[in-house]
Design a protein around this ligand. Structure first.
Ligand SMILES: [Zn+2]
Ligand SMILES: [Zn+2]
Length: 237
């Protein structure tokens, strides 16, 4: 299964739009998050020769501007696009999805959305002292489970432990996305890295809000199994 990085702070070439936030495309049909703005998102989709009409589902990890910013321009491209949200997202967000003719789907539980593609359902997180709902996406391949995260506000290890409960028989093979470690100290980052090793996770893509220190540490630890995640890059799972 192919993952294409559509939006992030760095790109493989300067022809792409970059900015804060994250967006990646799974199997050419499911967009995970939408980055901070729609112009950049649509521009990168066009530059990558991606058929936008084939994108029938958008998964929103959590309701932060850098993950939902591009959603509205995408929904303007056609009606009936499924938008997977969490029950804990704001009423304003849910109504806006419907006003843009998106099909709003929300779950607080683990669910399958396509063959071998699952959502964790809402996981409780906090941001600046307030409750924040977040979900992650899980792709099952013969190597194991592959996790894609937005910002990991509930804590990346919490998210992985929740996934392990839903898939007790499977190993987590890879994790890609934002780990939100940019404000954490070295000891905390080191502990999380040790947990990844303990969980025998084989490939890591720490990007977005993971922070420079965590990204450098994971890159050093995982070497060729580190996924850098620039716009325009892709990786196979
Ligand atoms: Zn973010
Ligand atoms: Zn966030």
């Amino acid at each position: 299964m192919k993952i294409k990085v559509i939006f992030n702070t760095n790109a493989v070439s300067n022809q792409f739009s970059t900015g804060w936030g994250l967006s990646c495309l799974i199997n050419n049909t499911i967009l995970f998050d939408t980055g901070e703005n729609g112009e950049g998102l649509l521009r990168n989709i066009a530059l990558l020769n991606i058929d936008i009409a084939a994108i029938r589902s958008v998964v929103i990890s959590h309701e932060h501007w850098d993950h939902i910013g591009g959603l509205w321009k995408l929904l303007e491209q056609g009606s009936g696009i499924k938008v997977y949200a969490c029950p804990g997202f704001s009423q304003g967000f849910k109504e806006k999805v419907e006003s843009f003719k998106g099909i709003l789907l929300e779950s607080d539980k683990f669910s399958q959305i396509e063959e071998n593609i699952f959502l964790t359902g809402e996981i409780a997180g906090t941001y600046k002292g307030e409750y924040l709902a977040e979900q992650a996406l899980v792709i099952k391949t013969e190597k194991g489970l592959n996790v894609i995260t937005g910002c990991s506000h509930p804590g990346i290890i919490n998210i992985l432990e929740r996934i392990k409960q839903d898939f007790p028989q499977d190993v987590i093979y890879s994790v890609f996305g934002g780990f939100h470690l940019k404000d954490k100290d070295s000891a905390c980052i080191q502990k999380i890295a040790e947990k990844f090793i303990e969980l025998k996770i084989k490939r890591i893509g720490a990007t977005h809000c993971s922070g420079q220190e965590a990204e450098s540490l994971f890159e050093k630890l995982y070497k060729t199994n580190f996924i850098s995640g620039e716009v325009g890059s892709e990786f196979e799972l």
